[in-house]
Design a protein around this ligand. Structure first.
Ligand code: ATP
Ligand code: MG
Length: 163
């Protein structure tokens, strides 16, 4: 069976003024279809950097991918340019960020942030995406999803709801 994701001797370093930080220094693993892989390690051991870096999510830092391969369905993400990576990120590979208080934009309503990948990658209309988004909130057990989605406008809609 071919792995969905295969890291082979992957290395990602920070080149800082104070020197080189070898955050990820030669990590290798395979993730096969249907498999869940948990990477466990002490704080600062490189778990986040090992994922964020090959997805191009550390561009504002002095990070450099120094070697190795990250094969996603056999294609090396390390060799991809930003448009190629953008087509995969948020569509084929999604990230649940570590810090919920800082990874979502507090100025945007949750609905706007939730439907963005559906509008951009799946070419859904906003209406279609809203429907899917509300269904997704329901599926994961968020109570009164319509209310949380658009608290002010939806008050009236919810009043008609049997809830
Ligand atoms: N922008 C940066 N510049 C320099 N070094 C950084 C930068 N971001 C992270 N590092 C360093 O990279 C190393 C790995 O950090 P990383 O965030 O991947 O750890 P982690 O295993 O995810 O930790 P935690 O369990 O706390 O989430 C750490 O030593 C950290 O200080
Ligand atoms: Mg982390």
């Amino acid at each position: 069976m071919t792995p969905v994701l295969s890291l082979k001797n992957y290395q990602a370093f920070f080149h800082t003024r104070r020197g080189v930080i070898k955050a990820v220094n030669g990590i290798s693993y395979d993730v096969f279809p249907g498999q869940t892989l948990a990477v466990v390690g002490e704080s600062g051991s490189g778990k986040s950097v090992s994922q964020l870096s090959y997805l191009g999510l550390l561009t504002g830092s002095p990070l450099q991918i120094m070697g190795g391969q990250v094969l996603f369905h056999g294609q090396d993400l390390v060799k991809m340019d930003e448009p190629q990576l953008r087509a995969i990120r948020g569509d084929k590979i999604a990230m649940i960020f570590q810090e919920p208080m800082t990874s979502l934009n507090p100025y945007l309503k949750i609905g706007t942030q939730l439907i963005e990948p559906l509008v951009i990658h799946r070419k859904k209309t906003k209406r279609e995406a809203w429907k899917l988004g509300i269904e997704a909130l329901e599926r994961v057990g968020i109570s009164r999803p319509l209310h949380r989605w658009k608290p002010i406008l939806m008050n009236s809609v919810e009043a008609c709801d049997s809830e």
